[in-house]
Design a protein around this ligand. Structure first.
Ligand SMILES: Nc1nc2c(c(=O)[nH]1)N[C@H]1C(S)=C(S)[C@@H](COP(=O)(O)O)O[C@H]1N2
Ligand SMILES: [Mo]
Length: 402
């Protein structure tokens, strides 16, 4: 697919603005507290510091979950909120002006489903293209904290589409956010939206209204967001106000210009990003200081968009020798979300540990390398792409032994 014509996008954006424009009246793009000891802040985004997960359970607490906002968190009144579903893939082809509507109560009355899944930004790890491979890519310079695992509860998108009159003609389903439009180089691309093929939409996508057993907080999509398991976070549109169901392929900035792989290995119009890659992180401060010649339990987590992790190896000597890390069970969840067992080993990520006796004083780099059930493993070098997406290489984690 080629890059989409800007005029098409502007036309779409104009019509979306007529119906969905939210006003950003606040000055802060993120509503929840972003303490400097728990996050790295970058403009409208906040990256989780990995050290906060040491000693935590399987799920990332909502307070620590990373935030990726193209603009800013809108504060939405659930009482007046409506989901509008429209498009040429529905019976009667309702338009965006007179869509099939659902209230939050309508959604809450439908059967619910809980999925424990990772949500990760496709740009997670981008800064390592610069620091490890010498080619900086534009965009948020995430280290490894643009990921979280949560229990998401909501209504299967398939149930909502059925009730809205889905036809066999439908090909694409595009949730559209209620956040202020995204502007780049003076062009307003409108609120965040990205199409999902109808087969994926009907398979396992949910419209979530709870995160870890509580209503979604504003920054994570209140009152309703899409959760698209296994796909890059950008597909999981927050603050969904409308869903377009189309009998023809849909485009937006987010599947044509951004969140595609461009560059020599991806000729023509580039490659659409769907799934995520294999990654690992230590539950340890970046540049941590540890005492010399002392036992220290290295802990971390590995994950993959392809499925569960098969094994993780750790190197404490700059990648010369590797030791197998031991899988560890997460501590029981403090508050188990509705319908969820208190222990979870469902493959959203794998927790692991390796006992270490720290060496003599000096500067060292720790490395972790995971392999998933499909055999995909973390290479020494990630394949570059213009947007700096899907960094999967082993990351050298600096520590100072003092
Ligand atoms: N409406 C809307 N949805 C959105 C975004 C956004 O800016 N606006 N960001 C997307 C991206 S790029 C990611 S990685 C995830 C981040 O979800 P989180 O902020 O809940 O962690 O939300 C996705 N959904
Ligand atoms: Mo993202």
């Amino acid at each position: 697919m080629g890059r989409v014509d800007r005029r098409d996008l502007l036309e779409q954006t104009r019509s979306l603005h007529e119906h969905t424009e939210a006003e950003w009246t606040g000055t802060e793009p993120i509503v929840k507290p972003i303490p400097a000891g728990e996050f790295y802040r970058c403009e409208t985004n906040a990256e989780m510091r990995w050290e906060v997960l040491r000693g935590q359970g399987y799920l990332v607490p909502v307070a620590n979950f990373f935030v990726r906002n193209h603009t800013s968190t809108p504060v939405i009144d659930a009482a007046t909120w409506r989901l509008g579903v429209f498009g040429t893939g529905l019976a009667g082809q309702p338009t965006s002006v007179s869509p099939v509507t659902f209230t939050l109560d309508d959604l809450l009355r439908l059967p619910s489903r809980t999925v424990v899944t990772a949500l990760e930004c496709a740009g997670n790890g981008r800064s390592f293209f610069a620091t490890q491979q010498g080619h900086a890519a534009p965009g948020t310079p995430w280290k490894l904290g643009g990921i979280g695992v949560a229990a998401w509860t909501g209504v299967p998108l398939s149930d909502v589409l059925d009730r809205a009159g889905l036809t066999s003609e439908a090909t694409d389903v595009m949730p559209c956010g209620l956040d202020p439009g995204f502007v780049e180089d003076g062009i307003d691309y409108g609120p965040m939206r990205r199409p999902i093929p109808v087969a994926k939409a009907l398979d396992d996508v949910i419209l979530a209204y709870e995160m870890n057993g509580r209503p979604l907080p504003p920054d994570h999509g209140y009152p309703v967001r899409a959760i698209v398991p296994g796909w890059a976070g950008v597909a999981s549109v927050k603050w969904v106000g409308q869903i377009e169901v189309s009998a023809t392929p849909l485009t937006s900035y987010w599947n044509t210009r951004a969140y595609r792989l461009f560059g020599p290995p991806y000729p023509g119009g580039g490659t659409l990003i769907t799934g995520q890659v294999v990654k690992s992180a230590f539950e340890l401060e970046w540049g941590a200081r540890l005492p010399a010649n002392a036992p220290f339990l290295l802990t971390g987590r590995s994950w993959s968009g392809n499925g569960p992790i098969a094994r993780t190896e750790v190197s404490t000597d700059g990648g010369r020798t590797w030791l197998p890390a031991t899988s560890r069970e997460a501590a029981p969840l403090a508050a188990a979300p509705r319908g969820m067992a208190p222990h979870s080993a469902d493959g959203a990520w794998q927790l692991w540990e390796l006992p270490w006796i720290t060496p003599a004083p000096g500067r060292y780099e720790l490395r972790a390398r995971a392999t998933d059930v499909t055999g995909a493993t973390q290479p020494a070098t990630a394949t570059p792409n213009a947007g700096g997406y899907l960094f999967d290489a082993v990351v050298g984690h600096p520590v100072t032994i003092a």
